[in-house]
Design a protein around this ligand. Structure first.
Ligand code: BV8
Length: 233
């Protein structure tokens, strides 16, 4: 019986594509105060700072390409006979560019924008300023990147919970296991009977819940892991 595989990815899977992680040495949160740039309160107080923070990240994300880890997950989805769901904490589009289709952006996407005044959501590739009007309602001041800030509810939690409840294999790739509820997924999967594997440079916060650790760069370890899964079909 093919497995139902749920894969959680974090910023570590995009590191070898040239995108900074958050909590590694020199990471994003060592350069920016997370409360100023990744909370609704920060946006209310410093809208230009927040929009410029995401403008900077959107510009970087335009220039990068998927690495072998993203490409291996897309291959797994294509070639594996069971269901493969990727749940990413990342707001970049590298899983899509690599070809992954069955994908959930639980923390939103930096190439989407959201108007808090009229709830319109749209693709958005350019810079945003506090003066950028919402294309739908034309209001300014409420138009922001469609990303999930601290204190906001992640997207598709119901779909994710259903997938974790029936997963037979849970793989966590490139995440420190610091941010909830994502960091709690491994315990939920294990409670449902899933085998749990961590692919990361270091031991993460959820170490006690993993059956297996593959420590090394995602660009090397993920293709190797996918080969192993496909060979065992
Ligand atoms: C919420 C915005 C209520 C977009 C981000 C308990 C339960 C529930 C909530 C909480 C709780 N305790 C505290 C909370 C509140 C809070 C939280 O978790 N705080 C933490 C700091 C304690 N959580 C929230 O507010 C969340 N909302 O809880 O709502 C709720 C709860 C349940 C159900 C419904 C409602 C909202 C969290 C989302 C916040 N937004 N980002 C953006 O700007 O990107 S979080 C931010 O951190 C990013 O999204 C990022 O993806 C995420 C996680 O970080 P990582 O991806 O793990 O990155 P990090 O740098 O930490 O680690 C990288 C890892 O990769 C390292 O281990 C490194 O070794 C490894 N690595 C590096 N290079 C490589 C590598 N591995 C392999 N290969 C390499 N080459």
């Amino acid at each position: 019986m093919p497995e139902r595989i749920v894969i959680l990815t974090g910023s570590g899977i995009s590191a070898e594509s040239g995108i900074s992680t958050f909590r590694d040495k020199g990471g994003i949160w060592s350069k920016y105060n997370v409360n100023d740039v990744a909370t609704p309160e920060g946006f209310a107080r410093y809208p230009k700072l927040v929009l410029d923070f995401y403008n900077m990240r959107r510009r970087i994300h335009k220039e990068v390409q998927p690495n072998p880890a993203h490409l291996a997950l897309a291959r797994l989805e294509r070639e594996y006979p069971g269901e493969v769901l990727v749940v990413t904490q990342n707001v970049d589009q590298l899983h899509e560019l690599a070809g992954t289709k069955n994908l959930i952006h639980m923390h939103g996407e930096v190439f989407r924008a959201w108007c808090m005044a009229c709830d319109a959501r749209c693709d958005w590739c350019d810079d945003l300023t506090p003066e950028t009007p919402c294309p739908a309602c034309k209001q300014t001041g409420s138009f922001r990147p469609n990303v999930v800030w601290f204190g906001e509810t992640p997207y598709h939690m119901d779909v994710i919970a259903d997938a974790l409840a029936v997963a037979s294999l849970f793989v966590s790739i490139g995440t420190s296991g610091t941010v909830y509820p994502a960091a709690g997924f491994v315990a939920l999967a294990r409670r449902s009977g899933a085998r749990t594997v961590e692919i990361n440079l270091e031991v993460s916060g959820g170490a006690r819940h993993f059956d297996e650790f593959l420590h090394g760069p995602a660009g090397t370890e993920v293709p190797r892991f996918v080969e192993r899964i496909l060979a065992a079909r």
